[in-house]
Design a protein around this ligand. Structure first.
Ligand SMILES: Nc1ncnc2c1ncn2[C@@H]1O[C@H](COP(=O)(O)OP(=O)(O)O)[C@@H](O)[C@H]1O
Ligand SMILES: [Mg+2]
Length: 277
């Protein structure tokens, strides 16, 4: 496994990879969810590249950039064991050298949900993913369904800007009690960790209602509010039942709907979603 930091080194190493090349962008502190993306890439590609970069431009000023968990030696061991050929670990200076002033922005899709609570977040994501795509030039790139809006935004950007990359979205990996794996789960204290199952419980209840015939989107949102409301340690930031493609809120669920939510568990922000229909 080759590990490179600078852009010239990355470009040299990229030339030695046989195609199709699969790519997994990450912010490190890897867990089994990331590794499931690597496995999907191994299955669908001849070589696999990953990046580890805690991207400062997608964090708000009051967010957890400085405390975001990091463990590079462990991450590299996990990627090597998973069979990754190339890892890019750019520094902030490599990614955003002095004078940097060019941004990529997806309009409507970034307004609701995560975009509503995290202004500027998706501008940081789409800009860094553009730079990662331009440097790595992958044939396929792998993202997790846990970040459903991110996947939709990246898909839109890829189409709109004619990137020659296939976006593959992989299922959310969960702990046995349903909590979606996330690097941020490490922030949770034992009581919060237990209470954090409320996202999965609320989504499961709403899906059960849908499965028994409920089609009123507001009733599904109400169920989620009710279940999260009963969990003292959790504060609901939003619940949404939206069209899975446009992310516009629904009145009635007819086609595919994205049921998504964000919860604050103490200071830790958790997101999760189910696709229904
Ligand atoms: N539980 C999970 N299952 C599948 N993919 C995941 C999971 N958690 C994160 N990912 C995906 O891994 C990629 C890198 O995410 P990253 O921000 O590094 O991890 P996290 O969201 O856990 O902090 C994203 O495409 C994200 O959607
Ligand atoms: Mg993340």
């Amino acid at each position: 496994m080759k590990i490179v930091t600078s852009l010239p080194e990355l470009r040299l190493a990229r030339r030695t990879l046989s195609g199709p090349v699969g790519f997994i962008p990450t912010m490190g502190y890897l867990h089994a969810g990331h590794i499931s993306l690597v496995q999907a890439a191994k299955a669908g590609c001849s070589s696999v590249a990953a990046s580890i970069f805690v991207n400062p431009t997608q964090f708000g000023p009051a967010e957890d950039l400085s405390s975001y968990p990091r463990n590079l030696p462990r991450d590299l061991a996990l990627l090597e064991a998973a069979g990754v050929e190339l890892v890019w670990t750019p520094t902030q200076e490599v990614m955003y050298p002095p004078g940097f002033q060019t941004w990529v922005e997806v309009e409507h899709l970034t307004r609701p949900l995560e975009g509503g609570l995290r202004p500027g977040h998706f501008r940081g994501v789409t800009t860094v993913v553009t730079k990662l795509f331009n440097a790595i030039r992958p044939d396929k790139a792998y993202f997790g369904q846990k970040d459903a809006q991110q996947a939709a935004v990246i898909r839109r950007m890829t189409k709109d800007l004619d990137f020659q990359v296939e976006i593959v979205v992989c299922p959310t990996l969960r702990e046995v009690d349903g909590l979606a794996l996330s690097s941020r789960n490490v922030y949770l204290n034992p009581a919060e960790r237990q209470a954090a199952t409320v996202l999965f419980r609320a989504l499961s209840a709403a899906k059960a209602a849908y499965d028994s015939g409920e089609r009123a989107a507001e009733e599904l949102r109400r169920l989620v509010r009710e279940i999260v409301g009963a969990e003292l340690l959790a504060r609901l930031q939003y619940v949404s039942c939206a069209d899975n493609d446009t992310l516009e809120e629904l009145e009635t669920v007819s086609g595919k709907a994205l049921l998504s939510m964000a919860v604050l568990m103490g200071k830790t922000r958790l997101i999760d979603n189910f696709v229904i229909g």
